[in-house]
Design a protein around this ligand. Structure first.
Ligand code: CUA
Length: 267
């Protein structure tokens, strides 16, 4: 009981801080007791968060209004207060109003929603194309824009680091041996597919969740605004090790990216 109370207290403090203070350090990983989003690193994720807040505005007004109406109805039409019921069964005007108003609200919501949806679908002449392939149970990444001396594309696997091999400061179930490295402020095309069963390539801070489907190429775009390490997980149940195929995206400056690519190619 005591520990539950402690948790409720903690939640309250957390809740107040969440609204009073914006985070000082970017959170690109899930936190304990997290309620909100991870911090955005792409314009798309910023759009998703803004749309969420826009919708919350309508949700708050609607919930307060509906609860108020429900309360008033229960109060005024309770059998003691209203012992002789009215025989009224229809009211054309009010029926038009309560049909048209929600329809207008839905239309208002549809405008930002559709513009975000189409923005997410847009691929703006990408400078780099990266192919990510889901396997049971790891990811593999292919940078086919660059060829090494054997004319082979850069291709490597990315496995989760098992718990016993973790070093101090590394995140359990989230760290991988080979990260996917991308440059910041560059339009990148991500091509997603799977080798065996359905997987899903998802990184919350980047606003990406793209299904990896065997025999089908899905594509999504990526434009990272700041350097950082972004953590994600496979988001489609794909077998017993579904929880053990995390994704780590490292966004670096363009010169660092070029030297990383050069190193990888000469390996
Ligand atoms: Cu791969 Cu779940």
């Amino acid at each position: 009981m005591n520990s539950i109370l402690n948790k409720i207290n903690y939640l309250w403090i957390y809740f107040m801080f969440m609204f009073l203070y914006p985070s000082v350090v970017f959170s690109d990983i899930a936190e304990n007791w997290q309620l909100g989003f991870q911090d955005p690193a792409t314009p798309i994720m910023e759009g998703i968060i803004n749309l969420h807040h826009d919708l919350m505005f309508f949700i708050c007004i609607i919930s307060v209004f509906v609860s108020w109406m429900l309360g008033r109805t229960l109060w005024h039409f309770e059998y003691k207060q209203n012992s002789i019921p009215s025989s009224l069964t229809h009211g054309t005007l009010i029926e038009i109003v309560w049909t048209v108003t929600p329809a207008i609200i839905l239309l208002i919501i549809a405008i930002p929603s559709f513009s975000l949806l189409y923005a997410m679908d847009e691929i703006i002449s990408p400078a780099i194309t990266i192919k990510t392939l889901g396997h049971q149970w790891y990811w593999s990444y292919e940078y086919s824009d660059y060829l090494d001396e054997n004319n082979e594309a850069l291709l490597y696997d990315s496995y989760m680091i098992p718990e016993e091999d973790l070093e101090l400061g590394q995140f359990r179930l989230l760290e991988v041996d080979n990260r996917i490295v991308v440059p910041v402020n560059t339009h990148i095309r991500i091509i997603v597919s799977a080798a065996d069963v359905l997987h899903s390539w998802a990184v919350p801070s980047l606003g990406i969740k793209c299904d990896a489907i065997p025999g089908r190429l899905n594509q999504t775009s990526l434009f990272v605004k700041r350097e950082g390490v972004y953590y994600g997980q496979c988001s489609e149940i794909c077998g017993i090790n579904h929880g053990f195929m995390p994704i780590v995206v490292e966004a670096v400056s363009l010169p660092n990216y070029i030297s990383w690519i050069a190193n990888k190619l000469s390996e």
